[in-house]
Each structure stands twice: as C-alpha cells, then as structure tokens.
Ligand binder design. Structure first.
Ligand code: EPU
Length: 418
C-alpha cells in the first residue's frame, strides 16, 4: 500500500492546473449506456474511481478505448445489466448505471451499497424515483433488481432531500421515458448541469438543469456525442486551500471560478487574499492574516461538503475559534481525529466541529480514511513542522489526479513510497 511522505514548511508558489471533474465524469461515462452510438468524452481525469467505472461499463458490454484523457465508448448491446458487489463496495457511484440500464435495457441488477466512511448513504431516493417512473424494484441477496419490461413512463418526482447522484440517475432514466418527467427539488450542482449538457448533445430534451425543477421530454432514442467534462471544482478548491494554508502565492488555472464562489467568499471573510482574475483562474496571495470564520456545508451553491475537511485543516491555522457544521453527511469528521494527532485542537459535538487555532502542527503518522479526509491531511502536512507519513493513500488516488506531481511542481516536498 502506498504512503505519502511529506515535509512541511514550504509555501506553495506558481501555478497548478485543474483536471476534469471526477464527479462529472462518472455520470457522463454511465450516460454512454443510453445509446448504441459512439460517445467521446474529453478531459476524463485518470483517477481510480474512473477506472472502476470504466471496468463496470466494459463488463456491461461497452467497447471502450482510452487515449490519455479521452475515452471513446460504444455500447452496441447491453450484455450484462449488472453492477456487482466487488465494484459497488469500492465505489458507491456505481449505482449511476441503474437509471441508464433500466431506461435502455428494461432491467438492472445493482448491488446494494453498504455503509461507507462518511455515513449511511442509502440510495432509496434513486429507487423511489425509478418506481415512480414505472419500474418494479426487488431486493434480494444484497442486490437491487429494477425491471421495466414495457419501458418507463414520465411522471412527477419529488425528492425528499437534495441528492446529486439521485438527480443524475433519474435524469438518465427520464430521457428515454415516454412523455414528460418533472424532477422537483433537484440538485443544482454544476455536475448535474454538465450531465444535462451531454445528454442534450445526445438528443435529449431537458430544461431547467441547474435549477431545482428539471423538465425532461422523453425521446425514443439517443445518439452519439462528443463532450468535454468541466473542471473539478473540488480539486481546484483543495489547491486554493493549499496556497492559503502554506502562505504562498499560487494560481489555480483551468477551473471554473464561478463554481468556487462559496469557498472564495468564505476564505475572503477569513482574511485570505484570494481573487478570481478571470473566469478560469483563482489566485491566492500571501500576506493575509488568517482569522477564524464559521462555516456550514450546504448543497450547491453553498459551501461544498467535499471541501469541509480541507477547510478544517485551514482553520487549525486561524487565530481563534471557528465552528464547522456538516449538514450533508452524518459522519464526515474522520479527519478531525487525525488532525488532532498532528497537534490540532478540535472538539466534536455531533455535526459540529469546534476548531481552536492557531496550532503549530507537527508531522506524525496518520491514516487516510476517505478521499476528502486524505486531502485535508495532505494540507495539514504541508504546514506541519517535520515529516508526516500518510498511510492508505489509495483513498486520495480515487479522486485526485497526480496530486503529488501537482503539489511538488509548486514547491511542496511530497513523495510517494510503497
Ligand atoms: N441520501 C439519502 N438517500 C438517497 C440519496 C441520498 O438518504 O437515496 C442522503 C445521503 O445519505 C446524504 C444526502 O442525502 O446524507 C446527500 O447525498 P447525495 O445523494 O447528494 O450524495 P451522492 O450523490 O451519493 C455526491 C458526490 C459526493 C458528494 C455528495 C454531496 C458523486 C459521485 N459523489 O454523492 O462526492 O459529497 O454528492 O455533494 O457525485 C467525493 O467526491 O468525495 C464525494 C463523496
């Protein structure tokens, strides 16, 4: 198992380029199941979750070729409409094939996701949405089976709470349903908008993506398309925090600055000198005094839960007390214990973390527990005195492309060891 060895203390300077969005690429890959024609996707980040999704699609029957960050796919026939436990247990987003498979093949068999490091994370909203569209759902032997032999029928679907992949899954089912589907309380995340853009290029009729009401007029067939995935706002945001926590002068390029609005505003209120000189660049400048600023995670356009752990690492370096509230997942504070091992002063109280800074962090042996938790440990290590060894970096490899190369290019001392 790989580890990162990081020696802290150096400010990050220069430029880091953003990769394509993992959470946009995952549903886009699944969308290729909706047509027998060729779908070409550019800017697919080469991270482990993407490789897992690619393996899943090949098992289902997709012919695929990968050329650097371009993936070309054709699914002439669905050979096996199934997502097995072996893949679902390593990546919950495998459930994104549910909607496309039922829509295209009238049948899907997907392993139920179990517990996960950040909470229970059920997929009941995906299932009730499919049920409303006319699918019958059975659960047996740890698998969910959805069947709709006569196709799906458009209807009104109201999500009890906002779900990102649930919205994407149901959107992909609705595009081939008969008649109109209205999704109410839909997720407004940029990844949903990007998926809708791809589906529209494939011939789908979708209105309202990016708002909480999405209307879909079902079509009989979808065709091929070529599409470039949007920039990864969470990766970009992680680097923005890296610039701030190390007190460097860092430009993050190739991102969508607008997608980072909540993070940039919060960091400005914490005293960080952060600006967006143009639509695709965010710049952090040294010299700001870091103050504590309370933060609560919210659905987009609020502060992303996927940046909460990174923000917590930053707040350990602010002078004073900040309160961080996690409202999306019930158990997403695993990084707090590890940050404390590095000298942070954090108290957990249910869904709140009370961070008292500024702490001089010191290098220690720590364990990465999930993707974003690992990112927060990397950030803490960059500012800690001495050497930090982060174990189980396979978590970070799920969603960050070449993070050690990107960080060392900006002056970090980080090494991957086996
Ligand atoms: N929920 C349910 N039932 C459902 C679906 C969701 O109770 O059927 C609950 C969840 O347990 C959670 C809340 O609703 O408490 C929101 O979950 P959501 O469905 O929005 O999360 P997701 O779609 O499973 C995506 C991202 C996550 C990101 C969340 C929230 C992908 C592949 N994953 O997950 O990304 O944290 O939205 O923004 O898009 C990550 O990249 O590290 C990551 C975890």
């Amino acid at each position: 198992m790989d580890k990162f060895v990081i020696t802290g203390g150096a400010p990050l300077n220069g430029e880091i380029a953003t990769s394509g969005s993992k959470n946009s690429a995952l549903p886009a890959l699944a969308a290729a199941l909706l047509t027998e024609e060729t779908v070409v996707l550019h800017r697919i980040p080469r991270v482990r979750d993407i490789r897992t999704m690619e393996r899943l699609l090949v098992d289902i029957g997709t012919e695929m070729s990968v050329d650097e960050e371009t993936v070309t796919m054709q699914t002439a026939r669905i050979v096996s409409p199934e997502a097995p436990y072996e893949l679902v247990k390593t990546m919950r987003a495998s459930s994104l094939v549910l909607g496309p498979l039922v829509a295209r093949a009238g049948r899907a068999r997907v392993s139920m996701p179990g517990g996960c490091a950040i909470g229970a994370r059920p997929i009941d909203f995906h299932l009730s949405g499919l049920r409303h569209l006319g699918a019958e759902i059975f659960q047996e032997h740890g698998y969910i089976e959805a069947v709709a032999p006569n196709g799906l029928k458009g209807t009104e679907i109201v999500f009890d709470r906002i779900t990102v992949t649930g919205t994407e899954d149901i959107l992909m089912a609705a595009v081939l349903a008969q008649g109109e589907t209205v999704i109410i309380n839909a997720a407004r995340e940029p990844e949903v908008v990007d998926l809708a853009a791809l589906l529209t290029k494939m011939g789908a009729e979708i209105q309202g993506a990016g708002t909480s009401v999405i209307r879909v007029k079902g079509v009989a067939k979808l065709g091929g398309a070529t599409h470039e995935i949007i920039a990864d706002r969470i990766e970009a945001g992680t680097f923005v925090v890296a610039g701030a926590i190390t007190g460097g002068d860092l430009r993050i390029t190739g991102c969508v600055a607008e997608h980072l609005g909540a993070l940039v505003a919060k960091m400005q209120s914490a005293g960080v000198k952060v600006t967006t000189p143009d639509a695709t660049t965010v710049e952090v400048q040294s010299g700001g005094a870091l103050h504590p600023a309370d933060m609560m995670t919210e659905e987009y356009p609020g502060f992303a839960t996927d940046l909460q752990a990174q923000y917590m690492a930053l707040m350990t370096q602010a002078d004073g007390i900040s309160i961080i509230e996690e409202t999306i997942f019930e158990n997403r504070f695993m990084h707090a214990q590890e940050l404390m091992r590095m000298g942070a002063n954090i108290r957990l109280d249910g869904r709140k973390a009370i961070v008292a800074g500024r702490s001089q962090l010191t290098g220690a042996g720590v364990i990465a527990s999930d993707l974003r938790a690992s990112a927060s440990l990397v950030l803490a290590a960059l500012v800690a005195r001495g050497e930090t060894v982060i174990d189980r970096v396979y978590h970070i490899d799920r969603g960050y492309e070449n993070i050690e190369a990107k960080l060392s290019g900006a002056g970090a001392t980080i090494q991957r060891v086996e």
